[in-house]
Design a protein around this ligand. Structure first.
Ligand code: PEP
Ligand code: MG
Length: 600
């Protein structure tokens, strides 16, 4: 049956493929692909874990006291029966062999299929056996996590394609929510698109999807309940539509649109070597946002002239509590610096907490169970200053990388001058430590992110202590409007065009200029062509975005007249409806504005 689900469009384009469902409670199990040569060993891992659990259950049953209630015996019998049933292990093997899922993922996928079958059963007794099945799967997952072979399993290589896994069909990921740590696992995987039930335009699932340049729809509420494993799905990332089991005619229409957007991309890619200069000869800096050193080549291909935001926290994720040491971090930063061939690399100190936990905690789990109010808690620089030796370790690694190219250091979420003082104290100590230990380093510019209204409002005081600022509009909007950026329930109020947000951004850019300090925007607004004119009008000359967004923003800049736009800014800022005013005024200088990722 064909049907549609709607959500929030967060990453443009059309993806067509088969649904891979990751059940909500099971996103925290590892999800990765097995190399073709490792499939047999992975099946053995699964069977071994099953046998371990069978042995545990049999022992438990054997050791039950004589007077144990009869129900307990029966329950263990049911669990053993479910465990040995071919619909569990046989079909799980299928996911490993056909799709090359790791055993944990395959087991979760099969649980998802079986759980739905149980839900649809008429008989209440049988329907309730779903809970037993979940307990059995939980036991097998635990046995798998204790298996030392898990750590050495052959994870997917970066350059594999779906074809290597024996399937021709592209795969689209469907989940209730995806933790940022899981997104990083998926980043180098074969998924061609994402659909999640929860999330907002600048939630990290959305940001990573954009960085992968693949279509994504978040906040699609019921999607993971309605879509089934292997369903054919179209993701329309331009409007936020998800079409399940489309008719042939709809499918053909979307294939046509896919080809059109590929042609458009190819056309834009030709701008790679064109300098980003406006009609009135203002030169712009187009920088890349990256999550891993491996993203640097894409930045170069897109024509970036440096990295404006290296989100270093992704190096800290998926490590089961063990953080990367100084040398490991240094190698990663050096790799990014060397890959950028002398162009500046802005490394942001670890920005965890809020909606980016270190382990695989999903946003909903964080919000509802573990942390009282993560967005206002011990995150980013607050966490770093609470863990001074970890912070200094990162600072040393960043400074050491500066011996290999131009490095700039960026600190997130700063809101207090006392934080700036502590940062400078840490830096002084780190430089001394490096000198004492004979490590080379060069001069590193120090910058802060403007993400909290308090920082924007006291900027002249902050600017005295830094070399540059980078405006993190994703968080600045969240904290100015008191709207959780990851909560689809209030996503309609997450408004980059809100007059208060515009005032803070315009004022920050102007004050940085007045103080002779560098300023860029590295939030999602910088890569959204619907805001290019506005930011230009505000005087911005440095934009940092996902590499895939650079060509379109460059095209926009090439057609813009910066001084004319600047003369129209006061009217936009004074307007009760800045979006409409900007649209009317700015489009008089050229064609209609492109559609935006933000509120229309
Ligand atoms: C921002 O808040 O705008 C930003 C760039 O940081 P992040 O999205 O990683 O929180
Ligand atoms: Mg931020």
């Amino acid at each position: 049956m064909s049907f549609q689900v709607f959500g929030i469009p967060v990453s443009r384009g059309v993806a067509i493929g088969r649904a891979v469902l990751v059940a909500s409670g099971r996103v925290d199990v590892a999800h990765y692909f097995i190399e073709p040569a490792g499939v047999e060993a992975e099946v053995d891992r699964l069977l071994h874990a099953r046998d371990v659990v069978a042995h545990e259950l049999e022992t438990l049953q054997r050791e039950l006291p004589e007077d144990a209630p009869q129900e307990l015996w029966a329950l263990l019998d049911v669990h053993l029966m479910l465990l040995r049933d071919e619909t569990l292990t046989g079909a799980t093997k299928h996911w490993i062999i056909e799709r090359h899922y790791n055993a944990e993922w395959a087991l979760s996928a099969q649980l998802e299929v079986l759980a739905r079958q149980f839900d649809e059963m008429e008989d209440e007794y049988l329907r309730e056996r779903k809970a037993d099945l979940e307990q059995v799967v939980e036991r097998v997952l635990r046995a798998l996590s204790r298996d030392p072979a898990a750590a050495t399993s052959s994870h997917v290589a970066a350059d594999v394609t779906a074809r290597d896994f024996g399937g021709e069909d592209p795969l689209l990921l469907v989940a209730a929510d995806i933790a940022p740590a899981d997104m990083m696992q998926f980043k180098r995987s074969v998924f061609h698109g994402f659909i999640t039930d929860i999330g907002g335009k600048t939630s990290h699932t959305a940001i990573v999807a954009r960085s992968m340049d693949i279509p994504a729809v978040v906040g699609a509420r019921e999607a993971s309940r309605l879509i089934r494993q292997d369903d054919w799905v179209i993701i329309d990332g331009d409007v936020g539509a998800v079409i399940v089991n489309p008719s042939p005619i709809v499918l053909e229409e979307y294939r046509f649109r896919q080809r059109q957007s590929e042609l458009e991309r190819a056309r834009l890619a030709r701008l790679r070597h064109t300098p980003a200069v406006t009609l009135d000869s203002e030169r712009m800096e187009l920088l890349a946002n990256i999550e891993m050193p491996a993203d640097a080549p894409a930045a170069l291909v897109a024509g970036a002239t440096g990295v404006g935001l290296f989100r270093s926290e992704f190096l800290f994720m998926n490590r089961e509590g063990e953080l990367p040491g100084e040398d490991e971090q240094f190698e990663a930063y050096r790799a990014a610096v060397e890959a950028m061939k002398g162009m500046p690399v802005t490394i942001r100190t670890v920005d965890v907490g809020a909606d980016k936990p270190l382990d695989r905690m999903s946003t909903s789990e964080l919000r509802h169970e573990h942390v009282l109010n993560p967005a206002l808690g011990l995150s980013a620089i607050r966490w770093c200053l609470a863990e001074p030796s970890m912070f200094r370790q990162q600072l040393r690694a960043i400074y050491r990388a500066s011996a290999y190219g131009k490095v700039r250091l960026l600190v997130p979420m700063v809101a207090h001058l006392s934080e700036l003082r502590m940062i400078h104290e840490a830096l002084t100590r780190v430089r001394q430590q490096l000198t004492d230990s004979g490590h080379a380093f060069s001069e590193v510019e120090i910058g802060v992110m403007i993400e909290v209204p308090a920082a924007a409002m006291m900027l002249p005081l902050m600017l005295k202590h830094v070399d540059f600022i980078s405006i993190g509009t994703n968080d600045l909007i969240q904290y100015t409007l008191a709207i959780d950026r990851a909560d689809e329930a209030v996503a309609h109020l997450y408004d980059a065009w809100h007059p208060a947000v515009l005032q803070l951004i315009a004022q920050s850019i102007a004050q940085a200029h007045a103080a002779g300090k560098g300023v860029s925007v590295c939030g999602e607004m910088a890569g959204d062509v619907a805001f290019t004119d506005l930011l230009l009008a505000m005087g911005l000359r440095s934009f940092s975005m996902h590499p895939s967004q650079i060509p379109a923003v460059k095209q926009r800049l090439l057609r813009a007249d910066a001084s004319r736009l600047a003369s129209q800014l006061p009217e936009v800022l004074a307007s009760e409806d800045p979006q409409q005013t900007a649209l009317a005024l700015f489009s008089s200088t050229r064609g209609p504005a492109a559609s935006s990722l933000y509120k229309h």
